[in-house]
Design a protein around this ligand. Structure first.
Ligand code: C2E
Ligand code: MG
Ligand code: MG
Ligand code: MG
Length: 285
């Protein structure tokens, strides 16, 4: 293609470079999957009022042998475009179910990409992951973004219905960032709304910022479904979320994504007899 200033060759070179980079990344991902470079970390979600761990979100990680940690923001979109997200997502799901089955009461949330959702084997894979791990279905929550529902709403409704019948919980991830969050909330059987970090970071604005979060929390309460705030980074944000009676909080202030071993330590700490009042979070900022 030719742009107006006659930048034909530039544009083509740029395009070729991007394509080559895309192919390289895919080759490296395939190799990484074979070599066990991908693994899962777990970020706790806490009940706001008691500060108890209610569950964890499974987040995929890539330890690249030369580049070190590669961000999911970089490789998930490529994995989605290429279809690699299907085997990768299945591996994350199985790992997450197996790991969390080893803990007492906590539940695990797994992100499901729109591409996985279009895979007719999805329900079967989920059933088999639960079965293999011995994890009861109510302890698995799927985090879904509205992209899943856009293409074929009727099929999405059927699949979500089957998953609900199995006893899974459904969370609407990144709530408020898409085009039609409201209508999806009306049309599909979500159990939880996850307020996107973008809105949590707007809480310091006593005008609109706070009003929007308050409205989302109120919406959840009216619908009788849970609300989790993502990306809680400061004590001020936490205090405001408590005041607004947000049910659950997740964020670097409370805990970073961690290994199963670190989660085990955190959980056994939490089980120790409580010292009077719940302590304020230790990490400042
Ligand atoms: P998400 O599902 O909204 O996950 C939350 C992201 O926010 C995670 O980033 C987490 O590390 C980050 N986060 C949590 N608390 C804080 C905080 O206080 N401050 C800030 N700045 N960030 C916080 P991560 O792990 O880089 O993942 C990014 C996105 O990649 C996820 O967003 C999700 O959409 C996608 N993703 C990650 N793992 C998977 C997976 O296994 N499957 C699929 N399909 N997508 C995944
Ligand atoms: Mg998520
Ligand atoms: Mg997400
Ligand atoms: Mg999110």
């Amino acid at each position: 293609k030719r742009d107006e200033r006659g930048g034909y060759s530039f544009y083509a070179a740029d395009q070729n470079e991007r394509l080559a980079a895309h192919r390289r990344l895919l080759d490296e991902m395939r190799r990484g999957i074979r070599n066990g470079e991908f693994f899962v970390e777990f970020q706790p979600r806490f009940e706001t009022s008691s500060r108890r761990i209610r569950g964890v979100e499974a987040l995929v990680r890539w330890a690249h042998p030369e580049r070190g940690r590669v961000s999911p923001a970089e490789f998930i979109p490529q994995a989605e475009r290429s279809g690699l997200i299907i085997p990768l997502g299945e591996a994350v799901l199985r790992d997450a179910c197996r790991t969390i089955a080893g803990f007492d009461a906590i539940s695990v949330s797994v992100n499901v990409s729109p591409v996985q959702f279009r895979d007719p084997r999805l329900v079967e894979i989920i059933a088999s992951a639960l079965d293999e791990a011995g994890l009861p279905a109510h302890r698995l929550e799927l985090e879904i973004t509205e992209g899943i529902l856009i293409e074929d709403a009727e099929r999405a409704r059927q699949t979500l219905g089957r998953l609900k019948e199995m006893g899974l919980r459904l969370a609407m991830d990144d709530f408020g960032t898409g085009y039609s969050s409201m209508s999806y909330l009306c049309d599909f059987p979500f159990d939880v709304i996850k307020i996107d970090r973008k809105f949590v970071s707007g809480l310091h604005d006593p005008g609109r910022g706070r009003a929007v979060v308050q409205a989302i929390i109120g919406l959840g309460q009216s619908l009788g479904i849970g609300v989790t705030a993502e990306g809680v980074e400061t004590n001020d944000q936490l205090a405001m979320l408590m005041q607004l009676q947000c049910r659950e909080v997740q964020g670097f202030l409370l805990a970073r994504p961690m290994s199963p071993e670190a989660l085990r330590l955190l959980e056994s700490d939490a089980k120790a007899p409580p010292a009077e009042a719940p302590a304020p979070p230790r990490r400042p900022r």
